[in-house]
Unconditional design. Structure first.
Length: 246
């Protein structure tokens, strides 16, 4: 899988689908829509909801298969049992990445959740789609005016050259809200969630080649293969400072 090309399209998408979009601003799908409605994202947005023809003034589609053009990124906020079928449709529409906000996977004390996570990871690998999550708040790229999260307030972030990768949505939000309050500019912030596919080492290596990132912050709770991260970090830290909190 060509990760560099995939990440370029994920962080700089020309077309985004919000699968599970909602008119109801009390729902997660409504919050994700607000992140785009109240932001200045310049690309195309395709809300996906089988029960709506229009959401927040934007034409909606019953499924990804009805979207008339290629998408680069899908933001997925549907029940966990429906995520696998959504990924198949993502591949058919040419998507290179999916932000899986949906919960109900490995983080649950339920063997079925672990099995579903293995299924979507295997499916994504087979279809050539990079997954961020599941069980993530999403991700931000200020330079692309991309707020692929359920937090519309993050549109207040200033552009900068610090990028962050974190395992905790709460800590990522604290980091970003502090940056907003202090007027500190950020570049990319990614909540890894359950790390079914994209992990620390993948993004550290990508950010090494990212001209808009001058320094990298990591918030780590636990990793299964620390060797891959240490190898990447030792190499990248020769060119860009990395600050990690374990």
């Amino acid at each position: 899988m060509d990760s560099s090309d995939s990440f370029r399209r994920i962080f700089n998408p020309r077309a985004v689908a919000i699968v599970g979009a909602s008119e109801d601003t009390r729902k997660m799908g409504g919050w994700c829509m607000s992140s785009f409605i109240h932001g200045s994202y310049p690309g195309k947005v395709f809300p996906i909801n089988p029960k709506s023809r229009e959401i927040r003034g934007i034409k909606s589609y019953a499924s990804l298969s009805e979207v008339p053009e290629r998408i680069d990124l899908a933001i997925v906020v549907v029940p966990s049992s429906a995520v696998a079928s959504v990924l198949v449709e993502c591949a058919d529409r040419g998507a290179k990445g999916a932000v899986i906000i949906s919960a109900g996977f490995r983080e649950m004390d339920d063997p079925n959740g672990q099995l579903m996570q293995k299924e979507i990871a295997s499916l994504a690998q087979d279809k050539g789609i990079r997954l961020i999550g599941p069980n993530t708040f999403g991700m931000i790229h200020t330079h692309a005016h991309l707020n692929a999260s359920f937090s519309p307030a993050l549109n207040l972030l200033k552009k900068g050259d610090i990028s962050m990768i974190g395992q905790s949505g709460g800590v990522c939000h604290l980091f970003m809200y502090t940056a907003i309050h202090e007027g500190i500019g950020l570049n990319k912030v990614v909540g890894l969630g359950n790390r079914s596919d994209v992990d620390f080492s993948d993004l550290v290596e990508y950010l090494d080649q990212d001209p808009d990132t001058r320094s990298i912050a990591l918030y780590i709770e636990g990793i299964e293969e620390p060797g891959s991260l240490l190898k990447s970090a030792k190499s990248v830290a020769q060119r860009k400072p990395i600050v990690a909190l374990k």
